[in-house]
Design a protein around this ligand. Structure first.
Ligand SMILES: Nc1nc2c(c(=O)[nH]1)N(C=O)[C@@H](CNc1ccc(C(=O)N[C@@H](CCC(=O)O)C(=O)O)cc1)CN2
Ligand SMILES: Nc1ncnc2c1ncn2[C@@H]1O[C@H](COP(=O)(O)OP(=O)(O)OP(=O)(O)O)[C@@H](O)[C@H]1O
Length: 184
């Protein structure tokens, strides 16, 4: 299927672009991105926020999570079969490496009712100016977001932001995209 191939090609382009940045450079950009995120009304007004623990190459969130987790309720995803479950983050000791090596909350962490979630912060491989998102191609976030009627903010590096990306009917648009250079 053409669209599928175009998505795959874009994922490969992004992977090689990311390799041209050092870990330190990406950490500095991540700090700028999360500073901008903190200034948005959606973030300031939210008290219960679903976030993610980053993989290398994604916008890094570890410092941000530590900064905010005593001030707001933060949820992190756990891969359960084909779905993501969101559990309440309860400090570093409550995390362990799960599917794909991502730090995930353990079983001791509490689930939170969907209607209590105020905001979802979403990772992505690429985004576009129409606020579309391209993920890793497993549909985890597409499925999660299709059942959550909650504002979504995509965070990415400026080099991950394209004019347009391939979109399929099940892809969910973001309400906002935050990069180190702009908010869309
Ligand atoms: N930080 C972070 N957490 C997340 C996601 C994410 O994209 N980023 N997810 C969003 O879905 C879920 C996990 N899904 C993932 C899906 C694929 C890969 C991954 O590494 N894929 C490899 C290919 C490996 C394979 O095919 O087995 C790759 O992309 O190179 C990682 C996470 C939940 N947590
Ligand atoms: N709401 C949904 N319900 C069931 N399956 C879905 C849904 N959304 C997407 N999928 C399936 O997930 C697969 C992957 O979709 P896509 O390539 O858009 O993933 P992605 O958005 O890049 O990845 P991810 O959401 O994991 O970050 C698609 O083939 C599609 O069949």
């Amino acid at each position: 299927m053409e669209l599928h191939k175009a998505k795959q090609a874009l994922r490969e382009d992004m992977a090689s672009l990311k390799r041209s940045y050092t870990k330190t450079a990406l950490l500095e950009l991540s700090a700028k991105i999360t500073e901008r995120l903190e200034e948005t009304g959606l973030f300031r007004q939210a008290s219960c926020i679903a976030l993610y623990h980053a993989l290398p190459g994604e916008v890094q969130t570890a410092a941000f999570i530590e900064k905010w987790h005593l001030k707001k309720r933060l949820l992190l995803p756990v891969v359960k079969g084909n779905d993501l479950q969101l559990l309440l983050y309860a400090g570093k000791e409550s995390l362990k490496a799960g599917a794909f090596g991502i730090l995930e909350p353990t079983e001791t962490c509490q689930p939170v009712a969907e209607n209590e979630i105020d905001l979802v912060i979403v990772p992505g491989v690429a985004f576009d100016r129409g606020r579309n998102r391209l993920g890793r191609g497993k549909g985890f976030y597409d499925r999660l977001l299709s059942t959550l009627d909650v504002p979504k903010i995509g965070i990415c590096y400026d080099f991950q932001l394209k004019d347009t990306i391939p979109v399929e009917p099940f892809d969910r648009k973001m309400d906002l995209i935050v990069t180190e250079k702009e908010i869309i």
